[in-house]
Ligand binder design. Sequence first.
Ligand SMILES: Nc1ncnc2c1ncn2[C@@H]1O[C@H](COP(=O)(O)OP(=O)(O)OP(=O)(O)O)[C@@H](O)[C@H]1O
Ligand SMILES: [Mg+2]
Length: 257
Amino acid sequence: MNKHSIAGEIYVLKIGGSVLTDKGEIRKARKATIKRISKEIVQAAPKNLILVHGAGSFGHPQAKVYLKSRELKDALITHEAVKELNWLVVSALTDCGQKAIPLHPLSAVVSKGGKIVYKLNDQIELALKQGIIPVLHGDIILDDEDGFCIVSGDQLVVYAAKEFKASRVGLGTDVDGVFDDSGVVIRNLTLQDVEKQNIKGSEHVDVTGGMKEKVELLVQLAARYKIRAVLFNAAEESNVVKFLRGDDDLVGTVVTG
Ligand SMILES: Nc1ncnc2c1ncn2[C@@H]1O[C@H](COP(=O)(O)OP(=O)(O)OP(=O)(O)O)[C@@H](O)[C@H]1O
Ligand SMILES: [Mg+2]
């Protein structure tokens, strides 16, 4: 793990594409939700926040086309679409008076045979030191063997959390947490639960594995790095503030090792 010189605790928050966009459509943003979440971030005023967002309808359907065609133009369409969503998020934050900058993985991250090699530390560190929220997103990145590879917002969360030894990690989606087989939110999820429960991907087009891959990544983060993460419903008002403030009454799934 790299060393950094940021004072104070570091939080990593991902707002899923299921919240910011309508995943049943193509390139349909939920602008009022983006604005509401930006306001909640400003209200909670976290000292060091690394923000990640998913691609939703600005990335998954486009990446699906690329994965079939393997054509450069489809990779570019995917990147351009998710960049558009990223700009909506960054500009909503700046409109609320919050300093924020876009960090596009395509320009900073590569993969080697599908294994992602991250190089985002310096940009994140310098942004945080200046009180700026770096805003990362799921993206399509260059691979040294195989054209392009998809890096998910969920993978970026795990990366940022371990590199910056985050003290609070949250993933907001459009559901209250991880449901067990009878539809009840699992309040505390462990590696054993992941093996036992029949956790599925997503109801929508999701090229990065939906809920299943999310929990698989998070149990590893908890087991290997002792960093726990909470999955909560960011489509519900006030939950982002509750997460950032560490309120006990936030309903969700805590993923532990
Ligand atoms: N056991 C489960 N518990 C909760 N949600 C589940 C479960 N199995 C599948 N899901 C689906 O996972 C979805 C959330 O994952 P999804 O990847 O679609 O959202 P996201 O990560 O917010 O989007 P994006 O990848 O665009 O950021 C929910 O909308 C739900 O349909
Ligand atoms: Mg997803």
